[in-house]
Design a protein around this ligand. Structure first.
Ligand code: C5P
Length: 226
């Protein structure tokens, strides 16, 4: 880690899963442990940044010297990001945000009804990364990095996400790769960054993307690299 490389900068990181409640005892969630996001927050803090970490429910200790905000739902994560985004020079969204939430949260525990299954109607959560991409300062002084976790067509999906969500960088990992993705201490990723457009054809060609595959790395080393 280069000491002080991020001194004077504000870094905002999202990490962990979200939990989307069905009733007071049940929720929808995913396998995220928060390890990648916490490693990113700690790395930025070591590099001298002032770091705000918005974290879903995880079993990790809060990184030292980092302002950690704990949330449960995607909506709460969105509210915390909206509150801190305008001050952030660098934003890295490593959270595995629930794309959907139950439309209704039952006040009481949903009971077995003797046969008929209770329906669960889902509605879409806000896309926090897409919102950040749309609300970056117009002068280009804010950098937004997203993550993509895919089980198929990694590069095509990651490239479309980079462009659709207006990211300056996208870290893509393939869940099928050994040692990559949820819960591991290691990760193997490909980093995508947009390249200046080739204007020789009048801008007709598809936008160019730089693709940098990294070796299998410890999440802490990878965090510093990102
Ligand atoms: O579209 P997908 O969920 O695969 O995109 C992953 C990226 O978008 C991650 O950086 C994740 O943190 C972010 N995301 C988000 N809000 C959502 C869904 C994903 O910020 N509702």
């Amino acid at each position: 880690l280069a000491d002080g490389e991020l001194a004077g900068l504000h870094v905002l990181v999202t990490a962990g899963p979200t939990q989307e409640p069905l009733d007071p005892v049940r929720y929808l969630t995913n396998h995220s442990t928060g390890k990648m996001g916490y490693a990113l927050a700690q790395a930025a803090q070591f590099m001298g940044a002032e770091v705000t970490l918005v974290s879903g429910p995880v079993a990790l200790d809060e990184p030292q010297g980092v302002h950690t905000i704990r949330v449960q739902t995607a909506q709460e994560m969105f509210d915390a990001v909206r509150e801190h985004f305008s001050q952030a020079d660098l934003t890295v969204m490593a959270a595995a945000v629930g794309d959907f939430r139950p439309e209704h949260r039952s006040e009481q525990k949903i009971k077995k009804t003797g046969g008929a299954m209770p329906p669960i109607v889902l509605v879409q959560n806000p896309d926090i990364l897409a919102w950040a991409g749309e609300h970056k300062r117009a002068d280009g002084s804010q950098v937004v990095c997203g993550f993509a976790m895919e089980t198929q067509d990694l590069l095509a999906n990651a490239q479309s996400k980079l462009q659709r969500k207006h990211c300056d960088m996208l870290v893509a990992n393939d869940l099928n790769e050994p040692g990559a993705g949820f819960a591991h201490d290691t990760n193997r990723v490909v980093i995508l960054t947009p390249q200046a457009a080739d204007t020789s054809d009048g801008g007709a060609s598809t936008p160019r993307v730089r693709v940098e595959p990294l070796p299998l790395m410890d999440k802490r080393d990878l965090a510093a690299r990102i």
